[in-house]
Each structure stands twice: as C-alpha cells, then as structure tokens.
Design a protein around this ligand. Structure first.
Ligand code: CIR
Length: 262
C-alpha cells in the first residue's frame, strides 16, 4: 500500500494556552496569534497537496491538542486510537475518536501507551519507536493490529534516544532517503536507506512530510530544502517556529488518510 498517498487530513486548531503544553525546548513561549497564522498556512499547504482538510476546534483542557498525530495511527481503512504516553494528553483521543466514528477503530487500553509521532511508514516497513512516550506494550499492540490487517507488512521496533519521538529523530524524504536529526540516538541500523544528517543549525526544523507528489518542510531549513528539490518538483516550506517551541513540527499537526469508502 503506498504510504504517502492521501485524500484527507484531520487537524485541530491550537488553543490560546498552547504554551502550557509539554516541551523540552528552551525557545521561549509561543506567540498564539502567530501560531494561528502558521497553522492556517499549514492547512493551506495540505489543501495544495490535494487533501480535503477537516478542522477540529481546540479545547483549552488540552494545550497539546493541536498535535493530533499522536492520538491515532491510520493505515488504509484501519484506525488505531492510541493512549498517548503523557498523562496530560490522554483525553485528546476523545475528539479524535469522534471524528472517526464512521470507521471501525481499535482502541489501545490498559498499559498500552503509544504516540503516533513514534510511527513511521517508510520504504518496505513500518518503524515503531520505543521512546519516552511509547512502551513495548503499545508498540506490540500496534504491530499485531497492523499485521492482522496486512500480513505482508514488516514492522520493526526502534529504540529512540536524544529526541522526543521517532519522527523527531527521522523522517523519510523519498524511498531510500532518510532525514535524521543530529540529536537522534539509536542502535537500529538504517541499512535500507541513505541517511542524511541535518546540520545543527537546522535541527529544530529538519523534518519532512511527503504527501502525494509534494513534500512539506519547515521554513528555515535550506539544506533540507535543497535536498528535497532533488526528489520533488513541489517543495512547500511552512514557517512553524511557534510549534517548534513546543516540540512540534510538520508531521505532528495532522493525521493523513485515504479511506476506501470516502
Ligand atoms: C508533546 O510534548 O507531547 C507536545 N508538546 C509535542 C508533540 C509533538 N508530536 C509529534 O511530534 N508527533
């Protein structure tokens, strides 16, 4: 199944108290008005990629709620609703589950914890990061559910160190081309790809999100942008400084999907 081909995206508007969310960065408090502008530009970029965008309203009870990617993992028609690793984020899944109420969903429970930011569909496999947010139980549930859905799918676990999520550490620019944060530490061997390590100066934005025939990336990452131009005619740069302050980025602000009945 092609893993970067989508028709729809779900996003959630940031809330004025987004600065009360969790962060490991020391980049100052986000400017809410600017965040709204950047979020609108992000949504517009998704539309340029051909996606129909569904926008959920924010809820101040969940200052990290705009990072919708962590609340679900979607593959084909399969929707897995996670239990996010951070306690303060667990209730975010209610709105996400409601948004997918027309789809059959699998719900993580008990001691299964996983953030969607730890799941990367790439090349011939799915990588699930074992991180501060995703434990072995959550990763194993997801692996089993994915392989029940598609027995041909290879699923590998990746130890994640030095960064928050697997996709803070690595993203896939094109088949066989991985973009890696200079802070990422792992013992997993990416022998299926060429790995490009982002320069320190671009470490906050060195993430990419391929969608259909385009790729989205953070503005202010010129080396990553130049590399992206080797693979894509359409390279869409989006300023995301206010989300970088909260450990967020280009992948985590949306859930992308292409349900067969839609
Ligand atoms: C958090 O720490 O959970 C949020 N402030 C940022 C989540 C970013 N999510 C992602 O990269 N998938």
């Amino acid at each position: 199944m092609p893993h970067n081909t989508f028709t729809h995206a779900l996003v959630r508007v940031p809330t004025p108290n987004m600065g009360e969310g969790i962060t490991t960065q020391q980049l100052g408090a986000p400017n809410f008005e600017l965040a709204l502008t950047q979020h609108a530009a992000y949504c517009e970029a998704l539309r340029w990629c051909g996606l129909k965008v569904t926008l959920l309203s924010g809820d101040e009870a969940y200052p990290d709620g705009c990072f919708v990617e962590d609340a679900a993992v979607i593959y084909g028609d399969l929707v897995v609703i996670t239990q996010p690793g951070a306690r303060s984020r667990r209730g975010e899944t209610v709105a996400i589950q409601q948004a997918f109420s027309h789809q059959p969903v699998v719900q993580m429970q008990g001691d299964e914890f996983l953030d969607g930011g730890d799941v990367l569909f790439c090349a011939d496999r799915v990588l699930i990061g074992l991180s501060q947010r995703t434990n072995w139980q959550g990763a194993t549930l997801l692996k089993n559910v994915l392989q029940d859905y598609d027995a041909s799918l290879r699923v590998d676990f990746v130890n994640v160190g030095g960064v928050l999520h697997l996709k803070t550490g690595i993203t896939e620019l094109a088949p066989g081309v991985i973009i890696q944060s200079p802070a990422f530490e792992t013992d997993y061997v990416f022998d299926f790809a060429d790995v490009y390590v982002v320069p320190d100066a671009e470490k906050h934005g060195g993430h990419v999100l391929p969608i259909n025939d385009a790729v989205l990336l953070h503005a202010g990452s010129p080396r990553v942008r130049d590399l992206a131009h080797r693979y894509y005619l359409r390279v869409i740069e989006i300023p995301l400084s206010e989300f970088e302050k909260m450990d967020g980025g280009v992948t985590c602000l949306s859930l992308r999907y292409a349900f067969s009945g839609a």
